[in-house]
Design a protein around this ligand. Structure first.
Ligand code: HEM
Length: 428
């Protein structure tokens, strides 16, 4: 039996999901239970599962027959290339995963803490005081700089300046819905036309690639360095593969972390009593980060393309459809998280393990986010640096709605805040 779902025409379902994704998911769960089908225009039908146990069944597909890479390939390949952890599957994926995991382990990146703090301090000093601004954009400046300096390992001032201008433009043009959702054949057809988004994208990509390949060549001549590029150059990966993985880490790592931080502040500013305990209680800071990612997970789903019919409960998902743990709803399951809408970092003070596999902001299975430790480190350090220097307030106390932005849910007003200098600045 096929999993149930709304009978609305696909275009109407798409419009519903685009305007009120969380509302649509909640309504479907109430009506159909924890397994239901939704249809996005231009994609195979997608079966969502909304309990940790069912999610495990989907993640188990990673051992064979669930293609997370195939799901992402059409819209990501122009940006990340053909050799990306995000879009590969099977043996080629495993080969890359084995090489990318070690440089991103907690122990390896612990040494980045000082530099992340310095980058944050540098940027925070430029924020406006007394006039409201969108915090998420400021967070993105910091997380982008972390990638350019600690992952790409760029030190040369001129190159840093070029990339600070080029990368946000590349991401904006490359990540625009009009480009990413265009079927590949149609996209290719516009390649040579002037003034199309794809043409502009290709020019920007060529400019970025020129810098990256040059840097790769330079670093091959002078091996070493503690940045991720230095470590990747010690592996068997060729230049094109290294380039593709650098862009992969940029695409997967900087907007997600910035949005996670934006949500953490959005929730902190609307929950009394928590800011007083921050930022010097390290254990509590860690719990705040984890709770923010629980109550407002940035990535709301973790889809797999199903290779062979998949049995879920009483239903069968046909081959060729997508199956996806619905992270946004699993994090709201009241049987695991009492009063799930409340922002309560205390839930994590006894150790996240108490919640078993129900906490999954970084997905699961073998495709679990390779940058999870770096993301958690960045979030802790950046939160602490901001709170040490500034007192933030929310000009509008109403909670910000969740807006769909490709595969993420971002705060609708990008976490609007007003900042005041903290005098004297807090020091640890
Ligand atoms: C708060 C920040 C972040 C969130 C919420 C997040 C979330 C996720 C999720 C949900 C997945 C898919 C997992 C699955 O399908 O089961 C993923 C995959 C991935 N993430 Fe992250 N991520 C974050 C930060 C980062 C960072 C900082 C990096 C790297 C610098 C990164 C690199 C990747 C890569 C390369 C993959 C693909 C892994 C694979 O398919 O083997 N992410 N992430």
């Amino acid at each position: 039996m096929l999993p149930p779902g709304p009978k609305l025409p696909t275009l109407l379902q798409t419009a519903w999901l685009l305007t009120d994704p969380v509302g649509a998911f909640e309504k479907c769960r109430r009506k159909y239970g924890p397994i239901f089908t939704l249809r996005f225009f231009g994609f195979p039908p997608e079966v969502y599962v909304a309990t940790p146990e069912l999610a495990e069944q989907v993640y188990r597909l990673d051992q064979g027959g669930g293609r997370a890479g195939r799901v992402r390939r059409d819209f990501l390949e122009p940006m990340v290339g053909a050799h990306s952890l995000l879009t590969l599957d099977d043996e080629p994926w495993w080969r890359h995963r084995r090489l990318l995991t070690p440089p991103l382990r907690a122990k390896q990146i612990a040494g980045y803490e000082g530099e992340i703090a310095a980058i944050a301090a540098e940027k925070i000093a430029t924020w406006p005081l007394g006039t409201p601004f969108a915090l998420r954009d400021r967070m993105q400046e910091i997380t982008l700089e972390v990638i350019i300096r600690l992952i790409f390992g760029i030190r040369d001032a001129q190159r840093l300046d070029r990339l600070r201008v080029l990368l946000p433009k590349l991401i904006e043009v490359g990540g625009s819905a009009s480009l990413m959702l265009l079927p590949p054949r149609l996209r290719e057809a516009t390649r040579r036309l002037p003034f199309t988004p794809y043409g502009r994208f290709l020019r920007l990509r060529a400019a970025v690639d020129e810098i990256l390949f040059d840097e790769i060549g330079r670093r091959r001549a002078e091996p070493g360095g503690t940045d991720v590029l230095g470590r990747l150059l010690e592996t068997e990966l060729g230049d094109q593969e290294v380039r593709d993985e650098l862009i992969t880490l940029l695409i997967a790592g900087h907007e997600t972390t910035a949005t996670g931080l934006a949500w953490a502040f959005e929730r902190l500013l609307r929950t009394p009593g928590i800011l007083d305990r921050l930022p010097h209680d390290e254990e509590y800071l860690d719990a705040v980060v984890k709770e923010a990612l629980r109550v407002r997970p940035v990535v709301f789903e973790a889809p797999r393309l199903v290779d062979a019919p998949l049995r879920l409960g009483d239903y069968e998902v046909p081959a060729g459809w997508y199956a996806a743990p619905l992270i946004a709803l699993i994090h709201q399951d009241p049987s695991v998280w009492p009063s799930p809408e409340e922002f309560r970092p205390e839930r994590f003070l006894d150790g996240a393990d108490a919640h078993g596999k129900a906490w999954m902001p970084f997905g699961g299975g073998r495709r679990f986010c390779v940058g999870a430790q770096l993301a958690l480190l960045e979030m802790r350090v950046i939160l602490r640096e901001v709170l040490n220097r500034l007192e933030l307030s929310a000009p509008d106390p109403a909670p910000e709605a969740r807006r769909l932005k490709l595969v993420t849910l971002a705060p609708a007003k990008l976490t609007r805040v007003s900042a005041r200098a903290r005098t004297p600045a807090r020091t640890p």
